[in-house]
Design a protein around this ligand. Structure first.
Ligand code: NAD
Ligand code: 89V
Length: 347
């Protein structure tokens, strides 16, 4: 089976992770690699192309689609450019994987999904947190029935890490943590506990040097009766800095499971207690503390390729990710109004 040939647009802060993972996948049978690169910043483009030995480069995405015969495109630019680039890919009938957050507005997100549907090309959102090994381990415990029927949960990301230094654009938006990081936390809550019928949120801005909120607490009532708390902060000064770990707590009718600091997962199942080390793999190109996120990039890209080959919808398809987007919108609306919101009615 020959490798699929992709193009990547956006050679910024996070793109090396995409490219390292694609390089790993190019070595796998039935894998995929990147044969063309695009960035409108010529200097950055040249540096990344040299680092990864990619010869065909473009400063204009349209020129890349016209010149190349691509099996897929990986969009690693920031959200304001996603809609135009996804629509361009759809116009050229090229399947897309596009970074989170999907778009600045849910109307843009819907237009992106509609464009890909009309063109008959698959679209996946690079929503990678549910592809982190520790988070998948919690999902497996729930699915195994070991804790019975879940009734309560918490998905928590609390850090004082200076994320702005690597991603300065995050300081500039009216929206910050729910849109950028909360989207992962909310998607993880959907992944573990199912769709949400009511959401109540409160937010705060602690860091005066940014425009948007950097703390958010969200109470979710899921359609199946589970209640969960999804919380995130980039202003937490704690004794142990955990960036970028997600802590999870789930209680069920027959037991409980906790994903604790240092990737320790403790399960209480019908009276028996067990602790497992569910640390992410430190890939050859990865570096701590990012290694769990980096491994999830490899996992999500591999899933995208598998679904392209199988002709099946990816787990975080554009259509699926609109449901997570609706939770982001509901959280901002709830925080602004001080009211509980039905995510389906909030968009
Ligand atoms: P960045 O600003 O560092 O890089 C973006 C690059 O895209 C820049 O080099 C810019 O010149 C280029 N670009 C923008 N528009 C373009 C266009 N129309 N054509 C060609 N090139 C264009 O951004 P980043 O920090 O790498 O983030 C990129 C995306 O990845 C964001 O959406 C961010 O939220 C996401 N991200 C995701 C994770 C994760 O874990 N999933 C982690 C970090 C960042
Ligand atoms: O940008 C992001 O998606 C963040 C993080 C920096 C933690 O990867 O998830």
């Amino acid at each position: 089976m020959s490798s699929l040939n992709g193009g990547l647009i956006g050679c910024g802060f996070f793109a090396d992770n995409h490219l390292n993972a694609w390089r790993d996948l190019a070595q796998e049978p039935g894998g995929a690699g990147i044969v063309a690169l695009c960035d409108r910043d010529e200097e950055r483009l040249a540096k990344v192309a040299a680092r990864f030995g990619i010869e065909r480069t473009y400063t204009d995405a349209k020129a890349m689609f016209e010149a190349e015969s691509l099996d897929f495109v990986d969009i690693a630019t920031t959200a304001p450019t996603h809609r135009a680039l996804v629509e361009l890919a759809a116009a050229h009938k090229v399947p897309v994987i596009c970074q989170k957050p999907m778009a600045p507005t849910i109307a843009d997100g819907r237009a992106m999904v509609a464009a890909c549907e009309a063109a008959g090309v698959p679209m996946m959102v690079h929503e990678n947190f549910r592809w982190q090994k520790p988070i998948m381990a919690v999902k497996d415990v729930i699915a195994s029935g070991a804790i019975g029927k879940p009734f309560w949960g918490r998905v928590s990301f609390r850090s004082g890490y200076d994320v702005i230094s690597g991603q300065p654009y995050l300081a500039e938006g009216e929206r910050f943590i729910i849109e950028d990081l909360g989207v992962h936390v909310l998607d993880t809550a959907r992944y573990l506990f199912g769709e949400v019928s009511r959401l109540t949120a409160s937010t705060a801005q602690v860091n005066p040097a940014i425009k948007g909120e950097d703390v958010a607490t969200m109470l979710l009532v899921h359609a199946n009766g589970v209640t969960s708390v999804a919380d995130c902060s980039y202003s937490s000064r704690r004794a142990r800095e955990l960036f970028p770990e997600v802590l999870i707590d789930v209680e069920g009718s027959e037991g409980s499971v906790q994903l604790e600091a240092g990737y320790a997962m403790t399960i209480q199942s019908r009276g028996r207690v067990e602790t497992r080390d569910v640390s992410p793999t430190l890939l050859a190109w990865a570096s701590r503390p990012w290694h769990g996120v980096q491994e999830s990039v490899l996992n999500i890209e591999r899933h995208f390729v598998e679904t392209l080959r199988a002709g099946t919808p990816p787990a975080t398809s554009g259509a699926d990710n609109l449901k997570t987007f609706a939770l982001v919108e509901a959280a901002y609306l709830s925080a602004a109004k001080g009211e509980t919101v039905d995510p389906a009615a909030s968009v």
